[in-house]
Design a protein around this ligand. Structure first.
Ligand code: ZN
Length: 501
């Protein structure tokens, strides 16, 4: 199952399938199972948009309308589903959508009320459904997009006309942050690629910053002397240098800016400073954070497995069982068993192995969201000079006859596809299941690791015969032997190719 391996944080936010979806969909009653939201910038129009996604265990009918009273809102009637156990009061960004509430309107019908800070026109929102896609482990979904045509990418500020009345009245008398801007640029002096973030303030503030590793790499900036004001609280970036920025009011005149990073940065890789206001140039007081794009590690492979540092990532674990087979085999159990066999083979050959988990547990924590869980796995590999990262999974599909072995890579370097091809060839040669091929994919762990990486789907746990094989120790050994051979032949090949990326 690949639900934990979607490519971007945004996609993860939008389409994360709650653990146990496969099991839940077998229940007779159709119900809502999850609600989540993300804000992003439409790449075509530059408009800011909030997308709300509601997961449903079966198909439903919907209709919607806009109401001005008692508060501006979009009312979506979901016909054919009970409210289930989802959160019935969800605060959203406050800029485009205030909050979402759910209530039961009858047996098998639920109303979703989306409260807005101001009235919108019909063309500023869209409600639609998405069919379930069991292969991608996605349930049936109700999606609501709400646009804010006035908020543009590089000026994610409430400009005067967007400000609520009470806010503009106090604007001049209170110290607050007023605008956040970001841009990628190349430093002309040294050619470094950088992300620059600028936060404007009505007054002087003091800043300090730290980097944290757990649950995943982040830069935390404390801004003291101003309140949050009306800037957007969550902002998805382009993931070139950083994934996301979030602002939190931590106390009186104390705001924290948290920047999620795909890769840990050194203290020399970032700088946080302030710039004074310049009335003549019309510039306010500013907080600036610069982060350098980390350079990919140069890989110089020597022949053989001796002293190679290899990360093996058994998929899922703890609260997340992964896919569940017809005889109730959990993906998390099988992936760990095969991973341990691979570990034993590699260590015997003189390689060093780091396991992202060695027990039935989460790598981040039981409370972590998918991005944090996956970020913890990639952080283990990215925080040291690792040669390879291999994530082990089992596939699942509604059609039980579906079966076979496949391997995925993301082309960060010329090595990724080579690794994937070798792993696939090794597993086919040793375990002999049908060949579903080597494919490019944007799964989190293979995209966000900085060393060559691949994700293997050993077999289909949803196929009763393959489920039985996946549970058999001798077959697990064959799969492990195949992965081991793939790793060995990969190193033999890259060494001949010269070994440097
Ligand atoms: Zn999986």
């Amino acid at each position: 199952m690949l639900c934990r391996f979607l490519s971007t944080l945004l996609i993860i936010l939008l389409f994360h399938v709650p653990t146990g979806f496969a099991a839940r969909s077998l229940l007779p009653a159709t119900e809502l199972t999850d609600v989540r939201w993300a804000s992003h910038v439409d790449s075509d129009t530059g408009n800011q948009k909030v997308r709300l996604v509601v997961d449903v265990t079966g198909n439903v009918d919907i209709d919607s309308k806009v109401d001005e009273k008692p508060v501006p809102r979009i009312v979506v009637n979901i016909k054919g589903a009970d409210i289930g156990k989802i959160n019935t009061n969800v605060p959203v960004d406050g800029a485009i959508v205030d909050k979402v509430k759910f209530h039961k309107t009858g047996s098998g019908s639920t109303q979703m009320v989306i409260e807005l800070p101001k009235m919108i026109k019909g063309q500023d929102y869209r409600v639609f459904t998405l069919k379930s896609n069991p292969e991608a482990n996605k349930p049936f979904r109700v999606v609501v997009d709400v646009h804010n045509s006035k908020t543009k990418l590089m000026a994610l500020v409430a400009d005067k006309e967007n400000l609520p009345q009470k806010y503009s009245l106090v604007k001049n008398s209170s110290r607050q942050l007023t605008k956040f801007i970001w841009a990628n640029h190349i430093d002309i002096a040294n050619g470094d690629e950088k992300l620059r973030m600028v936060l404007e303030s009505t007054d002087t503030v003091k800043v300090d910053s730290t980097v944290s590793v757990v649950p995943f790499p982040r830069l935390i900036v404390n801004i003291k002397g101003a309140d949050l004001g009306n800037i957007q609280k969550t902002l998805e970036l382009d993931s070139n240098v950083a994934d996301k920025v979030e602002f939190f009011q931590r106390g009186d005149k104390w705001v924290q800016m948290i920047i999620d990073l795909p890769v840990l940065v050194n203290s020399s890789d970032y700088k946080v400073f302030t710039l004074p206001s310049n009335a003549a140039a019309g510039r306010p007081f500013r907080v600036v954070a610069d982060i350098k794009k980390p350079k990919p590690l140069p890989f110089q492979f020597k022949p053989g497995l001796k002293n190679k540092l290899i990360v093996i990532d058994p998929g899922h674990g703890g609260v997340d069982p992964g896919a569940i087979g017809p005889a109730n085999t959990k993906e998390k159990t099988v992936t760990l068993q095969v991973a341990k066999e691979v570990q034993a083979l590699l260590e015997k050959a003189g390689a060093k192995v780091i396991m992202t988990r060695e027990k039935d547990t989460e790598v981040a924590s039981a409370e972590a969201n998918d991005a944090q869980e996956l970020g913890a796995r990639t952080a283990i590999a990215n925080s040291q000079k690792t040669d390879l990262f291999i994530s082990i999974h089992a596939n699942a599909f509604t059609r039980r006859a579906a079966g076979g072995t496949s391997t995925y890579y993301f082309p960060k370097s010329a090595y990724d596809i080579l690794l994937a091809r070798n792993l696939q060839a090794g597993m086919l040669a040793e375990a002999g299941l049908s060949d579903r091929g080597v494919h490019q994919a944007r799964f989190y762990v293979i995209k966000r690791t900085i060393m060559p990486a691949a994700l293997v789907e050993l077999a289909f746990i949803s196929n009763p015969e393959e489920e039985k094989l996946l549970n058999t120790p001798s077959f697990q050994k064959k799969l492990a032997q195949g992965i081991f051979q793939g790793i060995e032949s990969f190193f033999a090949q890259v060494t001949r190719l010269g070994g440097d990326s």
